[in-house]
Design a protein around this ligand. Sequence first.
Ligand SMILES: [Zn+2]
Ligand SMILES: [Zn+2]
Length: 397
Amino acid sequence: MAVLQQEQLVGLLKRYEEEMIQLRRHFHENPELSFEEIETPKTIAAFHRALGHEVREGVGGNGVVAKLVGAKAGKTVALRADFDALAITEETGLPFRSKIKGRMHACGHDGHTASLLILAKALNQMKDNLAGTIVFIHQHAEELAPGGAKSMIADGCLEGVDVIFGTHLWAPTELGKVQTAIGPFMAAADGIYMKIKGKGGHGSNPSDTKDSILLAAQFITNLQQLVARRINPLRPAVVSIGHIEALNPFNVIADQVYMKGTVRTFHEEERDLLEREIEELLKATCYLTKADYEYEFRRGYPPVVNHAAETEHVMASARKVADVEAVEFVDPTMGGEDFAYYLEEIPGAFFFTGAKNPQWQEVYPHHHPKFDIDERSLRIAANVLGQATLDYLAKDY
Ligand SMILES: [Zn+2]
Ligand SMILES: [Zn+2]
């Protein structure tokens, strides 16, 4: 039965591959920005309705949740794909490039959506032999904090769900490879916003001032000491100041300095420590001249932390997929993803599906105006997610 189902899934996905690619190109030509998605969720909902799935629209905003109920009772598996685009003007020159200036599917979410829709169509044809339920979570607004995942969870998209799987088509990784990590896989990405409020004055007369630039220089230098001496060296953390501004003439001591930076961590412990101690460092530095400060630690998405058993499960399923040439456990990446929120609620795993065409001389990174994916990766992503679902529903718990 299991082998039969496996072959059936492969056959159906191959049969519908052309439709999957056309769907991806349709979404690619018609990108919609985070929190402004209107037509994309409509298309998704109509596709599921045509299959006879129970569909809920407007979930936590613009999200869509569809449900496929198998012939027999069993576990419930959720599969997630995001569908928002970015505020980028496309420069790929592809025949199906974005029709809208200043909007582009430059992260592959068009592919995620097409891939999950066709997987839903394939699994639907197998439902007479399925024991359990499959929930398709089509998530809006992944690209922009606070993201769509959190509000979709609050609106009940995980109710009754036992496990969740998701993938990101990944352009830096070659087609045929599937990659993940057990535990922390993607970073928490937070922002720090600071102002040093000293006392300005004439450059020739420093003793009458509280030099904000000097304080900022001391603060920035000591900031790296937090990473070097306060963080466990076996736990990765990055603190980077990306912006410093005083806007002063050459002979004036700065009244105020603005700074912005990013903080990347993989565990709440380091995240909390840095939030607290960056402020303490800023406060202590300002105390040297009794200057004032403002500090804001703006939290982005939490880290994506994969559950061990579920990650092993997906990778075991991936090994059964003929088009998967390599299953790799890799180092975590410092990028962020709001799939993190699902994994805070229930067990599951997130992985990368290689989408780099081996013939490409140059690979443009995600969010680049020339970003592209090898469309063969869509079927591989669907096959791995589908196989993981079949294996999970077939398992005895
Ligand atoms: Zn992105
Ligand atoms: Zn993305």
